[in-house]
Design a protein around this ligand. Structure first.
Ligand code: NAP
Ligand code: ZN
Length: 377
């Protein structure tokens, strides 16, 4: 089930705190950065904060610029993004500004929390998600029932930590402020928790007044059938590699990337790479890995086209090469059509060998683009 694009946004002190312990919210960034945040808010369909942030900061979470609100309306969107909050207890102040400013509001809660929220008369659509709150269900619900395609998450740390460690964040926009808090009781941006995703990719850094904005993307593949944010990045890269293949009238153009569980790229390749006129993308990429590398067992192979199940040019098809390398997860954009091999079913070969195959059809058009001349035959 599709999820919205999830953007985590936060400002932290030099020592990694989101706030101090005083009664007033600590202002970490300056006017230019608040204006940037306003611009990001104006670009999203929904803004989410945790119940702790509503209690501590009593935020409004509005788009403040009238021009940006007008542009939203002119573009056919609601004047304000949907406001979303999360509370297990349902115990929130009905007089908080969150409920009484801006546009529509949704509270995601537990079955028990929903009872309390109704009793308190919170001015929001109350959605119970079961005995416990499940982030995947929440994101699916926002996408399917509320049409949310871009979600901005503005804290606090409890929320950010869960979304990052569960592999559900697509982007982190972090502002570092030149302030020292030095109070161990103050809320932190992240942790404690366990993040298996290794290093994030820095995609931008920019000074804004005396603060610095850093934008990061996670790099870790998903686990099993669950796609992660980074699965899309890696599959898009495989599709880019497909476009680099020398053209052929008799074989598909395919790109492939092998990525370890912590997001380290192990190898990449594309069809007919180098001096080998018949090499397949997965074959070319796997040939560059060390067969004794223990990371292959937890790795994911991204291939713009489903790995082949049969081929004339080599004894072993790519589905077999993937299994023989020890890889047990494949992400692809497109199932192989019958153009060259009737009934090709690399996914079945992989599944029979114990591998999980994830198809992300969002990338199908890009995977097909360098193969247009072979399709429709
Ligand atoms: N600097 C910044 O950019 C920034 C941004 C936002 C917030 N902050 C600061 O962050 C602090 C608040 O952070 P916080 O970590 O205490 O609170 P939070 O993350 O805003 O909210 C935590 C609350 O959300 C609910 N919740 C979260 N995960 C849940 C789950 N899996 N199941 C059920 N309920 C769940 C719980 O509500 P219930 O207790 O109701 O069950 C929990 O107490 C404040 O000091 C605020 O100033 C700073
Ligand atoms: Zn192949």
């Amino acid at each position: 089930m599709p999820h919205p694009y999830v953007l985590l946004s936060a400002a932290v002190s030099l020592d990694g705190y989101l706030d101090d312990t005083g009664p007033e919210r600590l202002l970490l960034s300056g006017p230019a950065d608040f204006d940037r945040v306003d611009e990001v808010r104006a670009s999203v369909d929904a803004i989410l904060v945790g119940a702790g942030t509503i209690r501590a900061d009593n935020p409004r979470l509005l788009v403040n610029s009238p021009e940006r609100r007008a542009a939203r309306v002119a573009g056919g969107r609601a004047e304000y993004p949907l406001k979303v909050t999360v509370s297990g207890s349902g115990d929130l102040d009905p007089a908080a500004r969150f409920w009484h400013t801006g546009g529509e509001k949704v509270l995601y809660t537990t079955d028990e929390g929903a009872g309390r929220a109704h009793a308190l008369g919170l001015a929001a659509d109350v959605v119970p998600l079961g005995a416990e709150l499940d982030w995947r269900l929440l994101l699916e619900h926002l996408h399917a029932e509320r049409g949310v395609r871009r979600l901005m998450v503005e804290g606090g740390g409890t929320i950010h930590t869960q979304l990052l460690t569960e592999g559900l964040a697509d982007e982190l926009q972090l502002v570092l402020a030149p302030l020292f808090v030095g109070d161990v009781e103050a809320p932190r941006l992240f942790g404690p928790g366990s993040y298996q995703g290794g290093r994030l990719r820095l995609v931008e850094s920019r000074p804004i007044g005396d603060v610095v904005l850093m934008r990061y993307e996670p790099t870790a593949p998903g686990t099993g059938p669950l796609p992660s944010a980074a699965d899309h990045h890696w599959l898009a890269l495989a599709c880019e590699l497909a476009a680099e293949c020398p053209p052929s009238e008799t074989a598909f153009s395919v790109g492939a990337v092998v990525v370890a569980a912590d997001g380290t790229e192990l190898a990449r390749g594309h069809s007919r790479e180098g001096t080998d006129p018949v090499v397949h993308a997965e074959e070319a990429a796997l040939a560059k890995t060390d067969p004794t590398d223990p990371r292959l067992a937890g790795a994911t192979v991204y291939s713009s086209l489903e790995p082949c199940a049969r081929r004339a040019s080599r004894p072993a098809p790519c589905a077999r090469l993937v299994l023989d390398a020890g890889v047990r997860r494949v992400v692809t954009a497109w199932r192989e059509p019958d153009t060259f091999v009737a009934g090709a079913d690399g996914s079945a070969v992989l599944a029979a060998g114990g591998a999980t195959v994830v198809v992300l059809p969002e990338h199908e058009d890009r995977a097909k683009a360098p193969n247009g001349h072979l399709l429709g035959r």
